[in-house]
Design a protein around this ligand. Structure first.
Ligand code: PMP
Length: 428
């Protein structure tokens, strides 16, 4: 494939945008080479500035669960835009999407909309601190909850890729209140709670980790976390920015049958526009301004275009009873196909999958936490990534990211992808 125009556009971008990108993982630093500039996308396909067609397994890092430029979402946004793009005043559509979200997700009474997953997680933690009157939080190494200061402690996603899981600029004062636990290690969490008795406001977790590759919670891990939180008056925050409206209508809470105290959303809930949200039962949400003392606000929060996209998206997901099964079946098919061809080619690998989240690791030990994820062979991953790209398949440009399966993918696309893996495996 030829990426001439993308390369030229990147040179221009680098002159005026740090690293040429507005979010680090887009820069291809983990895999080398020049990022691809997208011209447009439809369904399961991206079309780049050199007119290459790529099957997309990133899907804007999650939101495009029904495929790109999905008609009901696009039409809703276009219709709204003609009536004004922002008012900073209440609109009826905000209540409509809130009602729908509350009806789809277990255990939430109220939801507040913000503009990104980062904002949602940052606000959820502030609310948890305000509500409990405690300062410390527990997060898990390799989990990513956005780029607000408290979370850039052994953070996943681009923070690992760029070697700055602990970013300069985060003060020691902030960092000391973030306690770090190992994913899937309940002993470790128990020790942290014991050593910080009465000081922990919340535990924040990706109920299925997606920012160190895809890592499922093992056995009773989430259930035991719930019990520990109840015993020690700690709020359990599920960061469902990736898993929300993706793994089930009610996200990971529904899939695993576990209630969190606060739930964070992003990605799918905005249908591809900049949206995040956090939600909880009345007792907690009523602690937020203007009802309560915890402050949180946003000029563009509840923006009509964003709400129109989100509402159209949630309506589609709510009305399609088979969608989440269909996505899981497609992902399982892909998993089996990839496993077969990697086995046939004697490649050492582990594939992790939950619902429509999947990742390929080039190591044969079980991938259960940040340490085991980091053991994957990055040189093999780089070759794999570029090989797949050359075959017309766009996967995440880092081994620490999850692939997101969209319903727009046909079985023909999946077969094409498996054949591409077979071709590339011979070169690894
Ligand atoms: N939480 C999780 C689990 C995420 O995956 C992400 C983004 N990938 C975020 C929070 C931050 O969301 P945003 O990039 O919209 O700020």
């Amino acid at each position: 494939m030829n990426y001439k125009r993308s390369s030229l556009l990147f040179v221009e971008a680098e002159k005026v945008i740090p690293g040429g990108v507005n979010s680090p993982v887009r820069a291809f630093k983990a895999v080398g080479g020049t990022p691809i500039f997208v011209k447009e996308a439809k369904g399961a396909y991206l079309y780049d500035e050199d007119d290459n067609r790529l099957i997309d397994y990133i899907n804007s890092w999650g939101p495009m669960i029904l495929g790109h430029a999905y008609d009901p979402v696009v039409n809703a946004v276009v219709d709204k835009a003609k009536k004004g793009t922002s008012f900073g005043m209440p609109t009826e559509i905000e209540t409509k999407i809130a009602e729908l979200a509350v009806s789809m997700v277990p255990n939430i009474d109220k939801i507040r909309f913000v503009n990104s997953g980062t904002e949602a997680c940052m606000s959820a933690v502030r609310l948890a601190r305000g509500f409990t009157g405690k300062d410390k939080i527990i997060k898990f190494a390799g989990c990513y909850h956005g780029h607000s200061d408290s979370f850039l402690i052994q953070a996943g996603s681009g923070a690992i890729t760029f070697g700055t899981p602990n970013s300069p600029g985060v003060t020691e004062g902030t960092a000391k209140d973030t306690l770090l636990a190992r994913y899937n290690d309940i002993e470790n969490v128990t020790q942290l709670i014991e050593a910080n008795k009465g000081e922990i406001a919340c535990i924040i977790i990706e109920p299925v980790a997606g920012n160190m590759g895809c890592i499922p919670p093992k056995g009773d891990f989430l259930k035991t976390l719930r019990t520990l939180c109840d015993t020690h008056s700690i709020l359990l925050i599920f960061d469902e920015v990736m898993t929300g409206f993706r793994l089930a209508k009610g996200g990971a809470q529904e899939l695993f049958g576990i209630d969190a105290d606060i739930v964070c959303f992003g990605k799918v809930i905005g249908g591809g526009l900049p949206v995040g949200a956090f939600a909880a039962r009345n007792e907690i949400m009523n602690y937020l301004a203007p009802l309560g003392p915890v402050y949180q606000a946003g000029t563009l929060s509840g923006n009509p275009l964003a709400m129109a996209a989100g509402l159209a998206m949630l309506n589609e997901l709510n009305n399609d009873v088979e969608i989440f099964n269909r996505l899981a079946e497609k992902t399982e098919y892909l998993h089996k196909g990839i496993a077969k061809v990697l086995n046939d080619n004697n490649i050492v690998y582990t594939v992790n999958r939950v619902g429509s989240m999947i990742s390929v690791h080039f190591d044969d030990s079980e991938v259960i936490d940040f340490e085991t994820s980091a053991k994957g062979n990055n040189d093999t991953f780089k070759k794999f990534f570029h090989g797949m790209l050359n075959e017309g398949v766009y996967i995440a440009p880092s081994a620490f990211e999850t692939w997101f399966i969209t319903d727009a993918l046909t079985y023909k696309d999946l077969d094409f992808t498996i054949a591409a893996v077979n071709t590339v495996a011979k070169t690894l």
